[in-house]
Design a protein around this ligand. Structure first.
Ligand SMILES: Nc1ncnc2c1ncn2[C@@H]1O[C@H](COP(=O)(O)OP(=O)(O)O)[C@@H](O)[C@H]1O
Ligand SMILES: N[C@@H](CCC(=O)OP(=O)(O)O)C(=O)O
Length: 380
C-alpha cells in the first residue's frame, strides 16, 4: 500500500479535533494544544494546503465554565453548555491563529443544512470563499438548536461530511490515542496497533469500542465509519494523536504516523454523494425483486409497478430509500411523487398514473439520474 502520499498529496484537508483533546479531558481549554495546532495549520497553509478545522469541545468547555462535573442528561442544559463553551472555543482559536496572521471563521452546521440541497451548496460556497480568502473555517455542530433525534450524533461524522462537502483530499482525525488498535487500549493494554488498513473494511468495525473519556462521544467506531464515508469521495483518513509533536507538518512531509485508512477511489459524483450522505430520510419504499434488479443491475429508473409498500411521509423532491423485504437498502434517490400519491400508484403501470392521480408529471417514481445504488451499503 502506498502510505506516504496521503496527506502530502492532498491540497485540501479537513482536520477534526475531539473534545477530550481540546479540553484536557474536560478540565478546560488546552490553550497550548490549540496554539500548537494553529502553528501547524499555519505551516500547512504556507505549503499551499487549504485546511478546514472541525472542532468539538463546546459542551465539555461549557461544562467546565459552568462548573458542572457531570454531563447533564437534560437536552436544554446540554444546549446551554454548548452555547457557553462555543464562545470559549472560537475565542481560543481566533487568538491562536491571529498569532500567525490568519483570520478564522465560525461555521455552525445542522443535519438539515446538509440534507437540503440548496443550503448544502450555500455552505459549500461559503467554505470555498473563506478558503480562497485565506481564512481558516472552524466548524462545529450547531448544538444549541439540535435535539438528539436530529443531530449528526458526533463530530467524526460531521468531519466526514465536511470532507465530502469541500471535496478534501484527506481527513485527519486527532484524538487522545495513537490511532486504531485491535481493541480499546484502555481496556486491553496488549491490543495490536493498526498502522494501515482499507477504509470500509468490515473487520475494522469489530475492533472499535465506544468513547474512552467522559467528554468524548463517539469512540473509535464513529471514526471508522467516518473514514468509510470520506472514502466515498476518494478521501483517505488518518487517525492520530493530537498530542504528537508537529504531527500535521510531519504528515504533510510524508511521514507515516497514526492509522491510515486508505480510500480506493471516489465512488460517487458530488451530486450522488450528497444523496448517500443523508443521515436521516423521511421515507422508505419497499421494492420487489424485479425492481432491485432493474435499479442495481440494469441501471434503470424506479417505476411505481415495482413498489410494494411505502413508509413515512414525504413530499416530491425528498430523498427516499429503496429497500427489499429483508430491510436491506439497495438505493436511494429524489422521489417524483409525495408519499400519499405514491401510495395510490404503487404496483401500477406508469400508464395509469394520470388516470389515478388526475395528472402525471413523470412516468418514473425516481429517475436513474437522481438515484444512487448502494452496492456496499450507505457508507455507514
Ligand atoms: N480499537 C480502539 N482503538 C483505539 N481507541 C479505541 C478503540 N476502541 C475504543 N477506543 C476509545 O476511543 C477513544 C477515543 O474516542 P473519543 O473518546 O470519542 O474521543 P474524541 O473526543 O477524540 O472523539 C479512545 O480514548 C479509546 O479509549
Ligand atoms: N458538538 C459537540 C461535539 C461532541 C462530539 O462529537 O465530541 P467528540 O466525540 O469529542 O468529537 C461539542 O462541541 O461539544
Amino acid at each position: 500500500m502506498n502510505t506516504e502520499s496521503v496527506i502530502a498529496n492532498a491540497s485540501r484537508l479537513v482536520v477534526k479535533v475531539g473534545s477530550s483533546l481540546v479540553t484536557n479531558e474536560g478540565r478546560g481549554l488546552d490553550r497550548e494544544a490549540v496554539a500548537a495546532w494553529a502553528a501547524q495549520i499555519a505551516a500547512l497553509r504556507k505549503l499551499g494546503k487549504e485546511v478546514v478545522l472541525v472542532s468539538s469541545g463546546a459542551v465539555a468547555e461549557g461544562m467546565a465554565r459552568l462548573g458542572w462535573a457531570r454531563r447533564p442528561k437534560n437536552m436544554h442544559q446540554l444546549q446551554a453548555a454548548a452555547a457557553v463553551g462555543q464562545m470559549g472555543l472560537v475565542q481560543a482559536y481566533e487568538t491562536a491563529f491571529a498569532a500567525h496572521g490568519l483570520a478564522t471563521a465560525q461555521i455552525l452546521l445542522t443535519h438539515e443544512d446538509m440534507a437540503d440541497r440548496e443550503r448544502y451548496l450555500n455552505a459549500r460556497t461559503t467554505l470555498y470563499t473563506l478558503l480562497q480568502l485565506g481564512v481558516v473555517p472552524i466548524v462545529n455542530e450547531n448544538d444549541t438548536v439540535v435535539t438528539d433525534e436530529i443531530r449528526f450524533g458526533d463530530n467524526d461524522t460531521l468531519g466526514a461530511l465536511v470532507t465530502n462537502l469541500v471535496e478534501a483530499g484527506a481527513l485527519i482525525i486527532l484524538t487522545d490515542q495513537r490511532g486504531l488498535y485491535s481493541a480499546d487500549p484502555r481496556k486491553h493494554p496488549d491490543a495490536r496497533f493498526v498502522d494501515h488498513a482499507t477504509a470500509g473494511d468490515p473487520e475494522l468495525e469489530a475492533m472499535a469500542g465506544g468513547a474512552g473519556s467522559n467528554v468524548g462521544t463517539g469512540g473509535m467506531l464513529t471514526k471508522i465509519i467516518a473514514a468509510k464515508r470520506a472514502a466515498g469521495s476518494g478521501a483517505s483518513t488518518v487517525i492520530a494523536s493530537g498530542r504528537e509533536p508537529e504531527l500535521l507538518v510531519r504528515l504533510a512531509a510524508g511521514e507515516s504516523i497514526g492509522t491510515t485508512l486508505h480510500a480506493r477511489m471516489a465512488m460517487w459524483s458530488a451530486r450522488k454523494r450528497w444523496l448517500v450522505d443523508h443521515l436521516r430520510l423521511r421515507g422508505r419504499l419497499q421494492i420487489d425483486e424485479g425492481a432491485v434488479r432493474a435499479l442495481c443491475e440494469d441501471g434503470k429508473s424506479l417505476l411505481p409497478i415495482g413498489v410494494v409498500a411505502v413508509e413515512g411521509e414525504f413530499e416530491r423532491g425528498d430523498v427516499v430509500a429503496c429497500h427489499d423485504a429483508s430491510g436491506r437498502e439497495w438505493a436511494r434517490g429524489l422521489i417524483n411523487y409525495s408519499s400519499s400519491d405514491t401510495r395510490r400508484i404503487l404496483r401500477q403501470p406508469s400508464s395509469r398514473i394520470a388516470e389515478i392521480l388526475g395528472s402525471s408529471n413523470e412516468p418514473e417514481l425516481m429517475h436513474r439520474d437522481n438515484l444512487v445504488v448502494l452496492r456496499a451499503g450507505a457508507g455507514g
